[in-house]
Design a protein around this ligand. Structure first.
Ligand code: FMN
Length: 182
């Protein structure tokens, strides 16, 4: 671990606002595996207003905060549930803000890993998300693929990850992130 650059910052973006969200739990479990040298912050999307062109004239404070947080990140990890075979409106709204020139498109060139958990399965949502990330010119970290289906069996009622196989996948992601950021 000695060769990790000091002050690396990873930002998590969660597609769910649910209090005991499994996806928030997935990000939390990743954070627990990261070495102390790495800073990890989860973006707060709970007060982000819906994107509208008029709102760009006078950017809301929550939008500016999100932009600055994403700008400060060396890498982003997005975790989203699957809603009706896509990713969530909460996340789509955040990406619409982050795609705008008025925010200097902070995801352009940014390393982004996509993970997710859902009641039944995760799959199509990640394909949709990958397409949008390509449109935003993010640099996708393609492996490992982490798609946690049957989430109720893999998290406790507080949204804490209890599944050792998924913990192993997150460890692989941690190694990949560190390698990517060398
Ligand atoms: C509007 C809506 C649509 C959903 N659609 C799907 C789906 O297509 N596939 C699936 O596996 N789960 C689906 N679910 C269940 C979510 O995967 C489940 O609520 C999950 O726990 C949400 O993630 P979270 O725990 O991070 O909030 C849906 C839930 C909602 C509220």
């Amino acid at each position: 671990m000695e060769d990790i650059k000091p002050e690396l910052h990873i930002v998590g973006i969660c597609g769910s606002l649910r209090k005991h969200s499994f996806n928030r739990g997935l990000l939390r479990a990743l954070e627990q595996q990261l070495p102390d040298k790495l800073k990890f912050t989860v973006a707060d999307l709970s007060d982000l207003p819906f994107y509208s062109e008029e709102r760009e004239q006078n950017l809301p404070e929550t939008v500016v905060k999100l932009k600055e947080l994403v700008e400060s990140a060396d890498a982003i990890v997005v975790s989203s549930p699957e809603y009706n075979m896509s990713y969530t409106a909460v996340l789509k709204n955040a990406l619409e803000w982050l795609s705008r020139g008025s925010l200097q498109r902070p995801l352009a060139g940014k390393p982004v890993a996509i993970i997710g958990a859902a009641s039944i399965q995760v799959g199509v949502s990640q394909s949709h998300l990958r397409d949008v990330m390509c449109a935003l010119n993010a640099r996708l970290i393609n492996r490992p693929i982490i798609q946690v289906g049957n989430a109720r069996e893999k998290f406790d009622e507080k949204g804490n990850l209890i599944d050792s196989s998924v913990k192993g996948q997150l460890e692989t992601l941690k190694d990949e992130l560190i390698e990517f950021l060398k």
